[in-house]
Design a protein around this ligand. Structure first.
Ligand code: GLA
Length: 714
């Protein structure tokens, strides 16, 4: 192809790529983002030769800049809103420098606006193992006066014009990950959290699709913000129908003011493109997440079966009773015993004692060490619940340091669950919390922390009276990092009233997300499917709760509750001593089943699908050897079950189909369909092309049941 005299740089992954047009002293232009186009491909002409804006347009209007600025001939949301006391509000950034920290994989663009003396550093990288691009933007104040930054997008992605919808997740406490789809028209789509944390209300990411996109095929773009505080996303049309997707932390007024020479570093945004639909996006995100995790010992140990004490005993902590609970847990096959809320000094209910992180002297006269020793002697590890950012008004900590909370002058602090929020930007607060948690972890051989955060932030001013949201998240990250450095074998689960803190910002420091306080297995199915769009199953805390779910009041069988928990990191959160012997035996069977299957469940790809008769499924593993978890939540609307089309299998191979059941599962009654009755006796063979084209025949399933299959190519 003739050289048209313009320069295009590419970041190319295995299956996705991104192209920018650059020229010295010009604004870099976003040219391509999508499935990889192959080596040596170039756009036919420079961007400036292509646009012919309609009448009444300004010169230069309609550009798809990498870093859209405010005030010039670009009228969408800008990546930056900044000024100096009202001056210097209009910016225009041009390329000053470009460097490749990793050839073809990671580029840093230095963009300057000499007029307002602002610099933007844009770091773009591709991880070829996952096809996830990371984008981060840093703003530097090159001027003499302070620069107020009102908004900064970490990334301003440009998507092709044929995308037409955005799939996203909203929710509330105990009802996380409600899926919703919005058409992308001429207006904006916007989703934000100003609660000071990731929130149940708005997952900080989404998937953008085209008309043809399904679970396994079609164009799809995914992005998520690796940040555990306030966040903002907007998708809006460009003049030519393409879409710009801005993502970043949400900034409160006055929150960021940069002194001369100071920088603001945005969180990282993860972005990916796939022509393999929603599952293609999930595959890429899961791979990227696995690449980020920092496991004790360098690699993930099989995810241990948990017993979490919360819904089993709540605040009723009696050491002999807890020991007997641990005995029963160990008999069932539990591997980690997590002592939830209620263990620390003065904590009898949720009205007091947060902040006083010492074992309650009445309930634990010799500290937590005897219980921990008992648990560990049974072969389980010992985990502990903490809520470091919080303080109860009724606590020794608050009495000693009432000034340590986030607040704004003249306003009464707002309580939530009777608690206030400590200002983690203050070094003395972090120091105090580090020392307190260090002491309890060391004293009781704690190898796991469940790190909770049970309220949103309000009137969240720091010591200087200015909004303290960003600094709060940075403080929490720093505290967690310091504890991990002090205890390299410590694993951490993040939680915020269930799933209020699920985002990739935790990935280099935590190892599990508590997905929801809702243990109702029917509700959980939807919650899990939302989670799995963004993060892999081994990080998804999934517990078997009481038969009658505490949050919904609905009752489900032990088999269905366990089958739903099987799709994540399995645990139990009930008092197994209260189960009747039959259910207890079945639970032990499911625990053994999970242990047998977890190498498969937690590796390879996790693909989701659904059928017309209301079944949903999850396939875990490699395409030539995977587990299929098939769920029927509500009664089927069809007389006969729909086949399950598995488009990802190898169409040239024969698959061995095996129905798996946990040990002790009741023998099934004949279904009336001879194939499935034979399948109970011995594996059957199905051709891959049949699975992909016509589908796996499905057994008739009653409501609230699950069938587990293994399919392996011979
Ligand atoms: C939150 C968590 C629960 C439990 C309680 C304890 O609600 O999500 O799992 O830890 O706090 O108070």
């Amino acid at each position: 192809m003739a050289d048209e005299g313009f320069e295009v740089i590419w970041l190319r992954g295995d299956r996705a790529s991104l192209a920018l047009e650059i020229a010295p002293a010009a604004a870099p232009v976003w040219r391509y983002f999508g499935p990889d186009l192959g080596v040596g491909v170039r756009p036919p002409a420079p961007a400036s030769d292509l646009g012919a804006p309609a009448g009444f347009s300004l010169d230069g209007e309609g550009a798809s800049d990498l870093f859209p600025a405010l005030g010039g001939p670009g009228f969408g949301d800008s990546a930056l809103r900044a000024h100096r006391g009202g001056q210097d509000f209009a910016q225009a950034f041009t390329l000053k420098d470009l460097a490749w920290p990793v050839t073809d994989r990671a580029v840093r663009l230095v963009l300057d606006d000499d007029v307002t003396a602002v610099r933007a550093l844009i770091d773009l990288a591709i991880d070829p193992a996952s096809d996830v691009f990371t984008v981060r933007t840093t703003i530097e104040n090159l001027g003499r006066g302070a620069l107020q930054v009102d908004a900064l997008a970490a990334a301003a992605l440009v998507l092709p014009a044929r995308v037409n919808a955005v799939r996203f997740h909203t929710g509330r406490h105990a009802r996380e990950f409600i899926p919703e789809t919005a058409p992308l028209g001429r207006g904006d789509w916007r989703l934000e959290s100003r609660r000071g944390l990731t929130s149940h209300d708005a997952f900080p990411g989404a998937v953008v699709t085209a008309a043809e996109t399904g679970f396994d095929a079609g164009l799809a773009f995914g992005a998520q913000i690796a940040w555990s505080g306030n966040h903002a996303q907007v998708i809006q049309p460009l003049d030519d129908g393409r879409r710009r997707w801005l993502l970043g932390a949400w900034l409160a007024p006055g929150e960021v003011s940069l002194a001369p020479g100071e920088r603001l570093v945005s969180p990282e945004v993860w972005a990916t493109a796939s022509d393999a639909g929603l599952n293609g996006v999930a595959r890429n995100f899961h791979r990227a997440a696995r690449g980020r995790l920092v496991w004790p010992g360098g690699r993930m140990a099989p995810r241990p079966v948990h017993l979490n004490t919360w819904e089993g005993v709540y605040f009723d902590h009696r050491i002999e009773d807890l020991k007997s609970l641990a005995d029963e847990a160990a008999r069932l096959g539990v591997e980690r015993f997590v002592l939830d809320d209620g263990w620390f000094e003065g904590r009898r209910d949720d009205t007091s004692a947060l902040g006083d992180w010492r074992a309650d002297p009445e309930r634990y006269p010799e500290g937590l060490a005897p219980l921990s020793a008992h648990v560990r002697a049974l072969g389980m590890s010992f985990g502990l619940w903490v809520e470091p950012e919080m303080v109860s008004r009724r606590s020794q900590l608050f009495a000693a340091h009432p000034d340590w909370i986030l607040r704004t002058p003249g306003r009464e602090p707002v309580e939530g669950r009777h608690q206030l929020v400590l200002d983690l930007a203050r070094p003395e607060v972090r120091e105090h919390l580090f020392a307190a948690i260090e002491a309890v972890v060391a004293s009781a051989s704690v190898s796991y922390l469940k790190w909770d955060h049970n309220r949103a932030l309000a009137y969240a001013g720091g010591a200087d009276g200015r909004a303290g949201y960003l600094a709060q998240v940075a403080g929490a990250y720093a505290l967690m990092d310091r504890l991990r450095a002090r205890f390299p074998d410590l694993e951490i689960e993040v939680c915020a009233g269930g799933g209020g803190r699920i985002d990739p910002g935790w990935l280099s420091r935590a190892h599990r997300f508590w997905t929801s306080d809702c243990l109702d297995a029917v509700s959980r199915l939807e919650i899990h499917r939302g989670f799995l769009q963004y993060l892999p199953p081994e990080l998804m805390g999934a517990h078997v709760g009481a038969a009658r779910a505490h949050t919904t009041g609905r009752t489900q069988s032990i088999g269905f509750r366990a089958a739903v928990a099987l799709g994540g990191h399995f645990g139990i959160e009930l008092d197994p001593r209260s189960l009747d012997p039959a259910d207890r035996a079945r639970l032990a069977g499911w625990i053994a089943f999970y242990k047998r299957l977890r190498p498969h469940l937690h590796s390879g790809e996790t693909r989701l699908g659904e059928t017309r008769d209301g079944k949903v499924w999850q396939a875990h593993g490699e395409r030539d050897d995977f587990l299929l978890l098939l769920y029927q939540a509500s009664p089927s609307a069809q007389r006969a079950p729909a086949d399950i089309v598995l488009p990802f299998v190898d169409t040239g191979r024969l698959y061995r189909l095996e129905r798996l059941r946990p040990p002790g599962d009741p023998r099934p009654r004949p279904t009336g369909a001879a194939f499935f009755d034979r399948l109970e006796q011995a594996p059957q063979e199905v051709h891959g092309a049949w699975l992909a084209g016509q589908g796996l025949p499905s057994p008739p399933l009653r409501a609230e049941t699950c069938a587990v299959f293994r399919l392996s190519a011979s």
